[in-house]
Design a protein around this ligand. Structure first.
Ligand code: C2E
Ligand code: MG
Ligand code: MG
Length: 553
């Protein structure tokens, strides 16, 4: 690498605004901070336009340069403001060096001053972690790619995102989650060398650039990062364990623009987090499409609540003996203007991850209560309506308020509302969770554990919580005929919950054998395709009119 290239690479790493000028005062190189000092947008950033600006705003500067002896320096102030506002001058130092060919070379550095509170233009270092910010990172990726083409080592980019960081922030608050970010940044800094670049590129995401002798070494590095991040972090009085999802992409010999490379790393990172997090994933080009679709979905979801694109379907819960409808579960659907009816498993996880679930969940509560009271007003005998609650929604401090508002505004009797929560919500901070649940049941509503059997908890653990119903997960019912152990488990869940005075609802009963088995083992209430799929509200009203779903068993 020649000296000029080397110098450029060094300057690219500093947060001062630095430029290299030739003997005629033409800018041959400027780092990102220099462009930022000039307030130039990315598309305006060329050496020509920068030279033009700098010469136009500082007509006397060439004279100063010419007067400098080799090794000499000039200190003063220069103007890099395209608008030419007085008072926007920047402190500058110009150093004269000698090139190998004996020509003058100038090194110009500016101290970005904060102008009229416009500090963010210059803020290239993240205050919280002390790491470079995204703009610097991208600039370095660019340099990196350019230089790595000629080298034997492999240039690799990692994007490292803390898993479910929004949940952590909701649960612990901003100040504590900042401490976590700081701790993670500190650990990353510890395991990498100065020559590797680590940056904070988003609230919960870090970027890492490094060279490895073989591409396969990237996975060793990723392993090391994961292991270091997952070590417990002391936060005030408590200990928090976080994990990360890592997307890895090789920048070696690529001709792709930086944005494409970052997109690829993002796609791989999303893939890792979709698989549950605490893992890394290498970019494979087929992910690109998926990632693009996801981003699209995220954007569409943001407007879907206001555009009233959601609709609730209702699935009956039926008493096996009497065939009476004894309840309904409200299940959300997204009527997408282009894609048609989108099922919840396709968008609820995205809503959960982005936090949009809080708005969506609020709407579901409101609409389910409104619909139930409407049926009542139409003279139909109402049945309790169950609403699904997602983990993030449950953790959100305003959740109780959302529930009570929905009840108050609709005028629905709270006994007609049931909330379906999942076992995972009960696992952390037990006392606090119990308090929260008691507050909810205090208004008169009921609680059910959804998808029971898929989590970690056992029945004896559950008695501590004020829940009245268990919904046995579909996977148990599905395999009743073929899997004896499933049948055994289902049998014991039913028997034990009877002892604990819990009501049981079996999900996903599809055929007569399922119904017969459940009946034989004392499960009275069933929700499944055997009786009815989830149906639109008007259709459900028809079912309510009869009040029964007669079948052959
Ligand atoms: P879930 O709460 O366990 O709801 C039961 C799911 O099982 C529903 O799927 C239902 O259509 C399906 N199901 C019921 N009986 C049968 C059957 O006999 N066979 C089969 N194969 N499936 C059956 P759906 O409506 O697609 O909802 C899937 C999941 O999405 C729900 O599982 C729930 O976790 C979530 N979800 C739905 N609506 C909401 C909502 O408003 N808020 C939140 N947070 N999550 C929701
Ligand atoms: Mg449910
Ligand atoms: Mg379920």
């Amino acid at each position: 690498m020649d000296v000029f290239e080397f110098t450029k690479q060094v300057l690219a790493q500093t947060d001062k605004g630095m430029a290299i000028l030739d003997e005629k005062g033409v800018i041959r190189y400027a780092n990102l901070s220099f462009y930022l000092a000039a307030g130039m947008l990315p598309e305006q950033r060329t050496y020509e336009s920068l030279t033009g600006l700098y010469k136009e705003r500082n007509p006397g500067i060439l004279g100063h340069l010419n007067n400098l002896l080799p090794g000499g320096a000039w200190r003063g102030s220069i103007d890099l403001d395209p608008a030419g506002n007085d008072g926007n001058r920047l402190d500058a130092v110009i150093l004269r060096l000698e090139s190998e060919a004996g020509r003058a070379v100038y090194l110009l550095s500016v101290d970005p001053r904060q102008r009229d509170g416009k500090a963010s233009v210059y803020g290239t270092v993240d205050e919280l972690t002390g790491l470079p910010k995204e703009e610097i990172f991208l600039d370095r990726v660019e340099q990196f790619i350019r230089f790595s083409r000629r080298e034997k080592s492999f240039a690799i980019m990692f994007l490292i995102r803390i898993d479910r960081f929004n949940l952590i922030t909701d649960g612990l608050g901003h100040a504590n989650s900042d401490l976590i970010l700081k701790a993670v940044a500190g650990r990353l800094r510890q395991i990498f060398r100065e020559s590797d670049t680590i940056a904070r590129v988003d609230r919960d995401t870090f970027g890492l650039l490094l060279k490895v002798a073989q591409e396969s070494h990237a996975s060793l590095v990723a392993d090391k990062v994961l292991k270091n991040i997952i070590r417990p972090i002391p936060v005030n009085e408590q200990t928090v364990v976080v994990s990360a999802s890592i997307g890895i992409v090789s920048c070696h010999g690529t001709m792709k623009p930086v944005e494409r490379i970052v997109e690829a790393a993002e796609a791989a990172m999303h893939h890792a987090s979709e698989q549950g997090g605490n893992m890394y994933h290498f970019f494979a080009s087929d992910l690109n499409d998926k990632a693009r679709k996801r981003i699209e979905m995220e954007n569409n979801l943001r407007t879907a609540v206001e555009a009233e694109e959601f609709v609730l379907y209702y699935q009956p819960k039926v008493d096996i003996d009497s065939s009476r409808i004894v309840g309904a579960e409200a299940l959300i659907r997204w009527q997408h203007p282009q894609q048609g009816m989108v099922p919840p498993f396709q968008f609820i996880p995205v809503a959960e991850e982005t936090g949009l679930i809080i708005d969506i969940g609020r709407w579901v509560l409101k609409d389910a209560c409104r619909q139930t009271i409407t049926w009542q007003q139409q003279g139909l005998t109402p049945v309790p309506v169950a609403v699904n609650v997602s983990p993030r929604q449950f953790q959100y401090p305003g959740f109780y308020e959302d529930v009570s508002t929905a009840l108050r505004q609709s005028g629905l009797d709270p006994h007609l509302l049931e909330l379906e929560i999942t076992e995972s919500m009960l696992m952390s901070d037990v006392e606090q969770v119990i308090d929260k649940l008691r507050r909810l049941t205090g208004v008169g509503l009921n609680l059910a554990i959804d998808d029971f059997g898929t989590g970690y908890s056992n029945l004896s653990y559950l008695v501590r919580f004020p829940v009245s119903t268990l919904k046995i997960d579909r996977t148990f019912v599905k395999d009743l005929e073929t899997d004896d152990s499933m049948a055994g488990l289902t049998h014991s869940i039913i028997a034990m919950s009877k002892n604990l005075n819990l009501k049981i609802v079996a999900e996903g009963a599809e055929n007569e054998q399922h119904i017969q088995f459940l009946k034989d083992h004392g499960c009275d209430v069933v929700q499944g395709y055997y009786y009815s799929k989830p149906v639109p509200a008007e259709e459900f009203a028809q079912l309510l009119k009869t009040g029964k779903i007669k079948k052959g068993v």
